[in-house]
Design a protein around this ligand. Structure first.
Ligand SMILES: [Zn+2]
Length: 188
């Protein structure tokens, strides 16, 4: 297993629409293993393959690690115990149902380091996908799980959560990131 570099905005590769995986093979599993290592190393709770430059419809998640994630606020009792343990793998995920009820959650993204903001999404959803072994599964998602899977599935369509904020806010963030990069370049 290898930790791969994570692509950050404004890298154009993040706008790629990822392709369905024809079959879950050992190569797919090797990719998922690498993605999981990469995600844990970066203290993330979800990662889409395009974030490591692979345009396959593959997602890894582990929301039991949420305490390491900024978006997890301790004063949110609703999220106190998700009962979630361990990694989840999603190949070719499809949302088959979403609730009318929406929910605001403060999201962050390993491809948008250091920035968090509220995004409104359906509060619950059902997702059909192939698991680590290539078996067809369906999962009912609520709370952080629903938010996270929808955030990751956006990546498969070339969408980052910044795209769901106002244009003004998005431009402000991109400017900040560009400035931070210039400052780093100058310091090196
Ligand atoms: Zn993300």
């Amino acid at each position: 297993m290898t930790i791969r570099p994570i692509i950050e905005v404004p890298d154009k590769r993040l706008k790629t629409v990822s392709q369905p995986v024809a079959e879950v093979t050992d190569d797919t599993r090797a990719l998922m293993d690498d993605m999981l290592d990469t995600m844990y190393d970066a203290n993330g709770i979800g990662l889409a393959a395009i974030q490591v430059g692979v345009a396959d419809r593959v997602i890894v998640m582990d929301i039991s690690r949420r305490e390491q994630w900024h978006g997890a606020t301790e004063d949110d009792p609703e999220e106190a115990d998700t009962g979630e343990t361990g990694p989840r793998f999603f190949v070719n995920p499809e949302i088959v149902w979403v609730s009318e009820e929406t929910r605001n959650y403060q999201e962050g993204c390993l491809s948008v380091p250091g920035f968090y903001d509220d995004v409104a999404r359906p509060a619950q959803c059902r997702v059909a996908f192939l698991d680590y072994d290539g078996k067809a599964q369906e999962l009912a998602c609520d709370g952080l799980l629903a938010t996270c899977i929808q955030h990751e599935m956006d990546h498969l369509e070339g969408i980052v959560f910044l795209d769901r904020l106002s244009r003004l806010k998005r431009q402000m963030v991109l400017k900040k990131i560009a400035k931070a990069e210039r400052d780093t370049a100058r310091a090196e």
